[in-house]
Design a binder for this molecule. Structure first.
Ligand code: ATP
Length: 235
């Protein structure tokens, strides 16, 4: 279980996150919805170790991890697919995927996972020798997810996977997130501005407002909440 308890993150004088708490059970899909600048990306960065929480605690199966460097957290089973995809544009699709496995010692396991990822994303297999910068936005998103999966995570952090993608590609990403969760038994922490998509997918969801988690419930409960509908679903 991944537990974030009352974390706060400041960048210089900016308080990006003031009080965020959330729990992610193994195998669950949990999402974090909120407007621009609410602190969603910073929360994921704090979980993976790319931002430091000055207050609060982050625990994995009861063990405190918030003092560990990012690679150590990856070694413990966390991986991030960052906002804006951030693939290495000059490198081939295959090399981008292999970078995701660089901390692994089980070469054979990594090879099997590569095959599995190609099975989820046939377009990545077709384009494996192509440089990543020449892929479409949707393909780059798939590559970023595939690269994170190559670390063999138990908790996959997905930052805005639907951002800037055409509706038909968003449907495909939604299907892939469900498949990764059910077939690979990977828990997902999903950050999305597309609240509809996030709540449809989620076992549990949190609303983040001005750096604090203010409301939570099952995906279905939040989809039915008048407040969430008005503030985040444009109903
Ligand atoms: P978005 O969806 O727009 O990325 P978000 O909910 O993910 O929004 P964050 O990116 O976490 O929000 O940003 C939270 C606040 O922290 C914002 O006010 C942002 O300007 C600020 N912030 C984020 N990163 C930094 C940084 N590296 N230095 C200074 N301020 C930052």
């Amino acid at each position: 279980m991944l537990e974030v308890s009352g974390i706060g993150v400041t960048y210089g004088a900016t308080r990006a996150v003031t009080n965020v708490s959330l729990t992610v059970d193994r195998g669950a899909i949990v999402s974090l919805i909120g407007s621009n600048g609410a602190g969603k990306t910073t929360t994921l960065k704090a979980i993976i170790g790319l931002a430091r929480n000055q207050r609060g605690e982050i625990r994995l199966d009861g063990r405190r991890i918030d003092h560990l460097a990012a690679p150590e957290r990856v070694g413990l089973g966390l991986a991030l697919s960052p906002e804006g995809r951030r693939v290495f544009p000059q490198m081939s699709v295959l090399d981008n995927l292999l970078v995701g496995a660089y901390l692994r010692r089980d070469g054979r396991g990594a090879h099997a996972d590569l095959e599995r990822i190609f099975a989820y994303f046939p377009r990545l297999r077709e384009r494996r020798e192509q440089v990543a910068g020449s892929l479409s936005g949707g393909e780059q998103q798939m590559l970023a997810i595939g690269r994170a999966l190559m670390a063999k995570p138990q908790f996959l952090l997905l930052d805005e996977p639907s951002l800037g993608l055409a509706p038909i590609i968003v449907d495909e990403i939604e299907r892939i997130i469900r498949e990764i969760n059910t077939d690979m038994k990977v828990a997902i922490v999903l950050v999305e501005q597309n609240a509809n998509l996030a709540l449809r997918l989620s076992d549990h969801a949190y609303v983040l407002e001005m750096g604090s988690t203010t409301l939570d419930g099952t995906g279905a409960e939040l989809l039915a909440s008048d407040y969430v509908r008005r503030a985040y679903l444009g109903v």
